[in-house]
Structures are given as C-alpha cells and as structure tokens.
Design a protein around this ligand. Structure first.
Ligand SMILES: [Zn+2]
Ligand SMILES: [Zn+2]
Length: 303
C-alpha cells in the first residue's frame, strides 16, 4: 500500500485534483519474469490495471490467470486484454484468462487487442476447448463463450481504445525478429502508465512515454546474462539475440531519463530466475542515468 499511496498523493499534489480511492487507477504486477519457464519464483509477464473498477490486463504469460485471481482486486474476470507481441511468455495464458472467468461463473465480456495473429490464436483456443464449451452450453446451460469475446487486431501505432475512463495508445518497439511488437500507454483521468512490452533500447518508446507517471520497463542484467550464457552451448548466438531484443539496465535508465517519468518500474527480468541477483544489482545500472524513483518489480506488487 505504501508505494501506491505515495504515488497517488504525489499526483494529487501535482494536479490539485482529488479522486476517490475507489475510482483511482491501480497498477498491479501479476508476473515479472521474462522468457518462458516453469521455474519457482517469478511468474511470466502480465500486468493489471484497474481503471474505474474495470480490469485491463496487459500480456498473459503462463500462470497469469492464477495471478489475476491471486491479486483478488477484481470481482469479475478481465474486461480488456492487450497482448504486446506473440512470444508465448506473453500469450500462453490468454485463452485460459478468458475461459477461467467463464468457468467460474463470472459475467464475461472481453475485448482483446493485439497485433496480427490474435484472431487466429483466439479461434485456435476455442477449437482446442470446443468440446468442453459445447458440452457445458448443452449440459449446464451456459452462454456461448465464443460470442462474448471480441478481438481487435492492429498493425500500426496509434489509438487502440478510447472510452470515458482511459485512452489507450500503442507504439511499435524493437524486438527482432518480431516486427509486430508494441508498447502500450494508458492515459486515465488520474494517472498515465506505460508498459514497454519486450524491446531493446528504443528512444521512440521514451518519447511515447514522455511525462507519464509510471513506466513499466523490461530489464536485462548483463552480468547475469554472462552466467546464463555459460550454461548453454550456443552462447554466441543467444547473446546476439538477447542484445538485439532486450534492454540492459543502463539503457532502461537512459529511457526513463529521456521520458522524464516520475517512477520507473523494472519488470520482465532477464534472467528472471537467478536469486543471486539482488535488487541493488537491478537498480545499479538504471540509477546511473535515471534520478527518479526506481522500483524493482515483484509479482503481485501494487504500484
Ligand atoms: Zn518476453
Ligand atoms: Zn518477446
């Protein structure tokens, strides 16, 4: 609570406007580990925003559906889902996130947004679960889940969604070989939050995030990568991939400084399963360039 209270009260001071706590925008990290894995510790990437009570979920890595439940801040299932790109550590729990709300008997109406492929993934999931869904419609009298989900694909930067509570925009980031990879910005009435998705150093992301209250950015710790690379046979190519597709902690600091955000939250940690890396090691490189508040993200942490 301390962290959220701090940010909210600081914002109230800045704007002179007051918002009821119930309507305040809440930001909760559901999973913070970059890359797919079944390991102990951090869960795969997923971030929850509660805006005027409605749950907006960005990415659904494996376990996101359980983490959504564990966060226990929403009465219903997700209302809006946003996928940054189609690496499986970002979409493996996309179908289950929707299905589990329906199976739990919650009212379901989901609008899902993401780059091309999301419609096909949605159809494929409903094919995968067709027997179960059709059985439960006939046998238990449930509504047809397939009619409760609307998919909205986009393939260029711009406005993704706009309603009375929030404007959601996206910008293309640098995550080769994937071209259709995006960051999202949520401009709610009381707070602006940007979520980087997966990207290497991208100044255009900093410009996109300019003036936001919070930037949640992926982070890669180079000394930890050296340890990781020693364990794998194709080290040279893996190093190239990681360097081309993810952002070192020092560069995260540069992005935060250029964006001029108040708070920089580190998430999507690479490596995300090395308990020998302390919080101070994650922040050390960032703080060389960024003088605002730095938060080392943890699963189920509220900011
Ligand atoms: Zn990832
Ligand atoms: Zn990725």
């Amino acid at each position: 609570m301390g962290a959220a209270g701090l940010v909210l009260s600081r914002h109230k001071l800045n704007t002179g406007r007051l918002f009821h706590q119930a309507g305040a925008t809440r930001l909760i990290l559901l999973g913070t580990k970059g890359g797919p894995s079944l390991g102990e510790g951090r869960k795969n990437p997923s971030t929850l925003l509660l805006i005027n009570g409605a749950p907006y979920v960005v990415d659904c890595g494996y376990g996101a559906s359980r983490q959504f439940k564990a966060a226990s801040v929403a009465e219903n299932g997700p209302r809006y889902i946003f996928i940054t790109h189609h690496h499986a550590d970002h979409n493996l729990d996309y179908g289950p996130m929707i299905y589990n709300a329906w199976a739990a008997g919650l009212p379901v109406k989901v609008d899902a947004y993401g780059p091309p492929g999301l419609s096909r993934i949605t159809r494929a999931f409903f094919e995968y679960t067709r027997f179960d869904i059709e059985t439960r419609i006939d046998d238990e009298g449930r509504p047809d889940l397939r009619k409760l989900v609307s998919v909205h694909e986009f393939s260029r930067p711009g406005i993704v969604l706009q309603n009375d509570d929030v404007k959601v925009t996206c910008v293309q980031v640098r995550h080769p070989p994937i071209k259709q990879a995006y960051a999202y910005r949520f401009d709610a009435r009381d707070r602006s939050v940007v979520i980087s998705g997966d990207t290497t150093y991208a100044p255009e992301l900093a410009d996109f995030a300019r003036g936001a209250d919070v930037l949640v950015h992926e982070a890669m710790y180079l000394p930890g990568i050296e340890t990781l690379l020693k364990r794998v046979p194709n080290a040279a190519r893996l190093r190239e991939h990681l360097m081309a597709s993810h952002t070192t902690t020092e560069d995260v600091g540069r992005i935060g400084a250029r964006a001029g955000v108040k708070t920089l939250v580190l998430s999507h940690f690479v490596p995300g399963d090395d308990p020998s890396i302390m919080d101070e090691q994650w922040t050390e490189g960032v703080s060389k360039h960024f003088s605002g508040r730095i938060i080392v993200g943890k699963d189920l942490m509220e900011i």
